[in-house]
Design a protein around this ligand. Structure first.
Ligand SMILES: [Zn+2]
Length: 309
């Protein structure tokens, strides 16, 4: 576990390859990754002392999770029109590289979390990606790949995914639906994307416009119950900020304080049980890119609060 009262102690994973050239008006805000890093540096949460950079994932590791012909279609730019439409992003070689970096970062976050108890990736959360298809801005599934790689390397046997992005992680469930070694918990907007949900181990569908108090009551009931039944070797936490009231794709009504309380609650609960946790930033959509980056800083502030002081 991390030594208390030292500065910049939360391991943060980032690589400048997380972003690439991209249309600035697109709903997916590519700039949010470098902007988030700026926010974290300004606040003294990130320095060279606690920055970890991943090595780029190789094809073999990707194939531990994803289906071979899909991986090759992506890597050789041979996705069909229909597949590209479902992906929802303009294809470019840089786009594929950035996803590979992000997946690499989440694998590293898992490894470092096993060592120090906590690690936060300044990216990740591509939870709509299925074993053999892209969907909803997600091409390769970072958490699913990290789980499979860490299982293959015998670093973990079991994992819990806590997915609080406002959209259901249908991709996560497509990977682990039949797999008892991985428990997938999702709280998401009932009427939001994806239209067709894929069943997970615990799905809580929320009505539109639910606020801080109601949201926290549901979470406080669900999470301890899961942890009573299932004791994972490692937790991956998708701290998506799109339940925020001003999010352009969210439909819920959480405040920024509500998101901070949520993240502190999740991390405190895991910390109290000495369960290592790797966090990813997940979804967040806002025309104000600076406000968005600042909001993605919440999970890092929560981590520092819970693990740092
Ligand atoms: Zn989302």
């Amino acid at each position: 576990m991390i030594e208390k009262n030292s500065k910049n102690i939360i391991p943060i994973i980032y690589h400048e390859g997380y972003s690439t050239e991209f249309p600035i008006e697109h709903r997916f805000v590519m700039r949010k990754f470098p902007l988030l890093v700026e926010v974290l540096q300004k606040e003294g949460i990130l320095s060279e002392n606690n920055l970890y950079t991943p090595n780029l994932i190789n094809r073999e590791d990707l194939l531990l999770a994803h289906e071979k012909s899909y991986v090759d279609r992506v890597l050789t730019a041979n996705l069909s029109k229909e597949e590209l439409r479902e992906m929802g992003l303009p294809y470019s070689p840089g786009l594929i590289d950035r996803v590979l970096w992000e997946v690499s970062g989440t694998i590293l976050a898992g490894e470092i979390a096993l060592k120090y108890g906590i690690a936060c990736n300044a990216g990740g959360g591509t939870h709509h990606a299925h074993p053999s298809k892209a969907s909803g801005f997600c091409i390769f599934n970072d958490i699913a790949t990290a789980v499979r790689v860490l299982q293959f390397r015998k670093k973990i046997k079991t994992a819990l995914i806590i997915d609080l992005d406002v959209h259901q992680g249908d991709g996560n469930n497509a990977f682990f639906g039949e797999d008892n070694s991985v428990f997938v918990f999702s709280m998401h907007g009932e009427k939001n994307f994806p239209l067709r949900k894929v069943k997970g181990d615990l799905d809580i569908a929320l009505p539109d416009e639910i606020g801080d108090l109601e949201y926290m009551n549901i979470l406080r009931e669900a999470l301890p119950e899961i942890l009573n039944k299932f004791s994972p070797d490692l937790v991956f936490y998708d701290a998506g900020i799109d339940p925020f009231e001003g999010d352009t794709l969210g439909k819920l009504s959480l405040s920024e304080q509500g998101l901070l309380d949520r993240d502190i609650y999740v991390l405190t609960t895991l910390h109290n049980l000495s369960l290592p946790v790797a966090t990813v930033i997940g979804g967040g959509y806002d025309k104000d890119h600076y406000a968005l980056a600042n909001r993605h800083g919440i999970i890092f502030r929560a981590a520092e609060r819970v693990f740092g002081f």
